[in-house]
Ligand binder design. Structure first.
Ligand code: SF4
Length: 296
């Protein structure tokens, strides 16, 4: 039996998976090209051997007991792994943890293009019920600049396959990715793409150049406009104003944000706009997270 779960390299997970058991079903990201993303640059993509994962599940069952409720499958796009491998893994998890309520993973647009609706529906029945999808923008100019590998329509088609399979989607938009001149266009197109997807969860992150990324190289050449907190608040206001959601939870609680907001759509839309209007009217009294407290 494994002595402990040993994670390879730096482990990343969404804020809402803080209390989940994390298993590295795959290592790295099979796409690994988004210009802003440093998470898996040092890892060659591969699937973990199912035998190693079985051992880790046995270890977790022995040391955490049978009451594990949530599992997150790392790394960057575990959904791209073979459907049969994921089925085996989910069956192992169900057998070890009978009270499991949710298994989730990151899903790149490319992994959603690879998986069929039937495969995703079968995996959902086995417990893989939620995907985190970095939509980043609805603006084709921005998606191309970020090298997401899909345009607006392709992103919507990929996301809608997951929805058709009964998956809950948690989507992320990258504030600031349109630069200063393109800020409002980025916000408007991002609202439009989120409206077309109607995800269960929508959150914002703030684009921040980090070491080892093409975005950082561009920033060092002076080619990136980084928006200040007030400009980001204006962009977020435009984004929220454009959202027409039937039942979604909004969060800006990722550590990269300057403003931590939350609400449920459609109920809280006007309250969120009110908060942002106040910030924009009187930025001095706004409670921005200081730069040194933000985790990038
Ligand atoms: S698909 Fe996700 S994990 Fe992979 S490079 Fe892009 S942002 Fe990073």
């Amino acid at each position: 039996m494994a002595d402990v779960i040993e994670y390879e390299g730096t482990l990343y997970r969404p804020p809402s998976e803080a209390n989940s058991l994390i298993l590295q079903a795959t290592i790295g990201c099979s796409y690994n090209r988004c210009t802003f993303c440093a998470m898996y640059r040092d890892k060659a993509f591969r699937m973990r051997p199912i035998g190693e994962l079985r051992e880790e599940i046995r270890w977790a069952r022995k040391h955490m007991g049978p009451d594990v409720r949530k599992v997150f499958l790392a790394d960057g796009d575990a959904l791209v792994a073979k459907a049969r491998f994921l089925e085996d893994l989910l069956q192992e998890l169900r057998a070890a943890f009978p009270n499991l309520s949710r298994v989730s993973c990151y899903a790149s647009p490319q992994s959603l293009q690879v998986r069929s609706v039937d495969e995703m529906a079968k995996l959902r029945e086995l417990g893989l019920t939620q995907y985190y999808l970095g939509v980043e923008s609805g603006d084709n100019r921005v998606l191309e600049w970020l090298d997401k590998g899909v345009d607006h329509d392709e992103m919507v088609d990929a996301a809608n396959k997951a929805t058709a399979a009964g998956i809950k989607l948690s989507t992320m938009i990258l504030l600031g990715a349109g630069g200063r001149e393109g800020s409002l266009e980025h916000a408007r197109h991002s609202a439009r793409i989120i409206n077309r997807i109607q995800p269960r969860f929508v959150s914002t992150l703030v684009m921040t150049p980090v070491e080892g990324t093409p975005l950082m190289d561009q920033a060092e050449r002076g080619e990136v406009d980084e928006l200040d907190p007030v400009e980001l608040a204006a962009e977020l206001r435009e984004f929220i104003a454009g959202l027409q959601l039937k039942g979604s939870i909004f969060r800006s609680n990722h550590a990269s944000n300057f403003l931590a907001l939350k609400g449920t759509f459609p109920k809280d839309k006007h309250a969120l706009l009110g908060v942002l209007d106040q910030v924009l009217e009187d930025p001095q009294s706004a409670h921005f997270v200081p730069d040194w407290l933000r985790a990038l």
